[in-house]
Design a protein around this ligand. Sequence first.
Ligand SMILES: [Mn+2]
Length: 319
Amino acid sequence: MVNKQAELLAALAKYDRYLICSHENPDPDSIGSMLAMYQYLRRIGKKVWMMCADPIPDFPWPNMSRILPFQDIDYQTAIILDCEPERTGKLLPLIKKAEVTINIDHHKGNPGSCTINYIDPEQAATCMILYQLFKTAGIDLDYGIAQPLYAGIVGDTGGFRHANTTAEVFAAAADLTTCGAVPSVTAQVLFESKPLEFMQFLGYALAKLNTKHYRRLVWLALAEQDFAEFGMDPRWCDQLIDYVRMVKGCEVAILFREMAPGIVRIGFRSNSIDIHQLAVHFGGGGHLLAAGAQMEGELSAIVEEVINAASKLLEGEEL
Ligand SMILES: [Mn+2]
């Protein structure tokens, strides 16, 4: 990866006008990697824009207000972080206008279709890749870089709880804390800042938990109407999967969200079983233990189909 880092650092030094973007429905890793890359490029004297297809959460990290909604700009080089270009939503036509495209990601299955591709599925977060890159670059990691990188790592490891939490992750987190990242504030912002309305909706949703195979398979299915009754936007409820997987004995956790009539987004999580193959089977992708897919049709029919496939997986049968 050392040659790859050198190639990447050379590309970041070479051009003048950069567009930094990430996936739809931004999460702490996508936002953290954008902010850190923004700060790095500004520091080496570049003109930089950050853009996101969807509204961003109100994290109190530096430069958050500089993440722009979609607009046409005149730039040279697109940096796509934490996803492949096809997952950037309505930014894709703008990315296609780039002279050069740089892709930095840790998602398994990213085809690496950009001019320069740095895809490392072994890494817990895109922020881990950037951390290593900036260490190689030998720059001073100030608060403006350390805090968003730390937050991205906390986000993608579920607060250092998921299977991707390695000694390397802790070493990076310790170094970033030395550089100014604040663990207590990060945890509070990411995990303990839920609107009251969300907590009340959570109570309603958790009553709908379903299980099979002696609770080894746990799922939650929410219809568009369920979200509407509580004034919830289903796009911001992906975190419900974390509650599904909390059930004791759960090996496969699945969250079904009806985003719009007939459009169902499915999240898969596991601590030990390759649920990536399940997501791929239904046209999605992601990581070995955290993946997703989107299907069209009637919610109950989709739930039945996916739960049947998950059952087969748990019984060791072919999908
Ligand atoms: Mn990520």
